[in-house]
Design a protein around this ligand. Structure first.
Ligand code: BJW
Ligand code: ZN
Length: 271
């Protein structure tokens, strides 16, 4: 059971803050059917991370790595945003000082934002809504639905099924012919400096950092809530399990994101 006092306290803090940073991890998409990385049902029960999510693994066996990413593209492509994605999207649309930083590569925050924007900004209008840039997630670890050329470094949207039958059938660059790779950040690779700068600045200026569905093990993402705390803000956590971030959180609410976030962010009651 959730501690109701803790939930009420967290809700009041979120309602009175303007500068809010929401940091999400794989757990926010669990109720959409996207597998998390760690834990009993995690993706890495059957695949060792160092065998798949490193540049060395790709160099050694690009076919195996593309097979894994192709499988995930297919699986995630069939998933829909859940109530947590929707609540976060409504908050970032309504509060110009709220920022979303995600470690996820599944694109579900973006989908939820499109859905919320077409409901809120142009009801009844079938044209694609104009999404405010500030409402878009700051994606720390890239996207499953983008590819990057290993030769000329060009980045492109890529939702195509992957044919990983052999190395010869793997995706290739339309410009230079070199092999493409998933446009994600693997272990040992630096994050895009501009993206990291934006995320760091949001963390340092946030009054409240709400951490949702991350094991808090992967850096630099897991260091962001500490920056908020060191700058005088508060950290709140939503997770069914405790994590290394629990000890710096003012309130850590044990439960599922899709169940808790709509009432915690109380966005449906506004305007
Ligand atoms: C629910 C729920 C529900 C379930 N509701 N919740 C400082 C200290 C120590 C090490 C380092 C450090 N700084 C850097 C490092 C090294 C390394 C690192 O962090 N290693 C640690 C593991 C020890 N970091 C890096 O290498 C990073 N690069 C870097 O720092 O570069 C520096 C550099 C500079 C200049 C030159 C060269 C280098 C890069 C990290 C990249 C991580 N990439 C991955 C793969 C992305 C692509 C892909 O998807 O395949 O990102 S790894 C994987 O972990 C993925 C995730 O984004 C990331 C985080 O996982 P997440 O989201 O937390 O998921 P889970 O599964 O772990 O947790 C799910 C949680 O949800 C659980 O807690 C559940 O309880 C909960 N949950 N259901 C709410 N319904
Ligand atoms: Zn190229």
């Amino acid at each position: 059971m959730h501690d109701q006092d803790e939930i009420d306290h967290a809700r009041r803090l979120l309602a009175s803050a303007r500068r809010i940073l929401i940091l999400t991890g794989a757990g926010v998409s669990a109720e959409s059917g996207v597998p998390t990385f760690r834990g009993p049902e995690g993706l890495w029960k059957s695949h060792r991370p160092e065998a798949l999510a490193t540049p060395e693994a790709f160099q050694a066996d690009p076919r195996l790595v593309w097979e894994w990413y192709g499988w995930r593209r297919e699986r995630v492509g069939a998933c829909r945003p859940n109530a947590a994605h929707a609540a976060i999207a409504r908050l970032t649309l309504r509060n110009p000082d709220a920022r979303l930083v995600t470690q996820n590569v599944d694109g579900l925050h973006e989908l939820a934002l499109e859905e919320a924007a077409s409901e809120e900004l142009s009801p009844g209008d079938s044209a694609a809504p104009n999404l405010p840039h500030r409402a878009l997630p700051i994606r720390l670890h890239g996207s499953l639905f983008r590819a990057r050329c290993t030769g000329c470094d060009v980045r492109t949207p890529d939702r195509a099924p992957v044919d990983a039958t052999s190395e010869a059938t793997l995706p290739r660059c339309g410009k230079c012919g070199a092999m493409l790779r998933p446009d994600v950040v693997w272990f040992g690779e630096g994050l895009d400096p501009e993206i990291l700068r934006e995320a760091t600045e949001s963390a340092e200026t946030a009054e409240v950092c709400l951490v949702v569905g991350t094991s808090g093990l992967v850096h630099p993402a897991a260091s962001l809530p500490l920056l908020t705390k060191e700058s005088g803000g508060v950290v709140l956590e939503v997770n069914p399990e405790s994590t290394p971030l629990t000890e710096i959180a003012l309130a850590s609410i044990r439960g599922r994101a899709g169940q808790l976030l709509p009432s915690l962010l109380a966005v449906e009651a506004e305007s």
